[in-house]
Design a protein around this ligand. Structure first.
Ligand code: PNS
Length: 163
């Protein structure tokens, strides 16, 4: 496949996301990791910070590009001439919503496929929110996020506690 778009909030990127990026980049000539710029969602990190952390994490993966988008994902995917939207599926609980989004995106454009990669077993319980919660209450997040991200989460939480 030529171009794949891997969309998400990535607030922040986890090792589960990284796994999908690594595997997705092997099946696409170019993989675009697209961060949703959603002002209404209360995020820990700004879009710029999220993009920056992904860039640092995927350094050296030559066919991976990082970008951000707002509005409809399908419009963004078409603008980028994507062949497919790549998504990670963790568990049955993800399936219903992902299925609904895939069908809606297919309804909006026949040309773009949605491709699901099953998350590796060891990452299936990871999500950005649960990692932020564990870190917030002082739990260990070693090995759950890239090292650079771990430090940023801890710094961010320290700052917000001081305020
Ligand atoms: O990491 P997330 O928060 O699960 O990612 C969700 C995302 C960004 C893939 C989804 O919210 C999305 O596609 N948003 C863009 C708006 C859109 O196209 N909505 C209609 C989906 S059918």
């Amino acid at each position: 496949m030529k171009i794949g778009v891997y969309p998400g909030s990535f607030d922040p990127i986890t090792n589960g996301h990284l796994d999908i990026i690594e595997r997705g980049s092997k099946i696409c000539e170019k993989l675009i990791v697209a961060v949703l710029d959603n002002q209404s969602k209360s995020a820990l990190f700004t879009v710029e910070e999220r993009v920056g952390m992904i860039e640092e994490t995927v350094k050296g993966m030559d066919n991976v590009e990082i970008d951000y988008f707002s509005g409809l994902l399908i419009d963004y995917a078409k603008e980028k001439n994507a062949d497919a939207i790549i998504k990670g599926l963790r568990a049955v609980s993800d399936f219903e919503y992902e299925f609904q989004m895939a069908l809606m995106n297919k309804k909006l454009s026949e040309e773009v496929e949605t491709l699901f990669l099953m998350t590796s077993n060891k990452h299936s319980y990871l999500s950005s929110s649960i990692i932020k919660e564990v870190a917030h209450f002082g739990g260990c997040i070693e090995g759950l996020v890239p090292e650079v991200v771990k430090q940023r989460i801890l710094n961010k939480l320290q700052k917000s506690e001081k305020q």
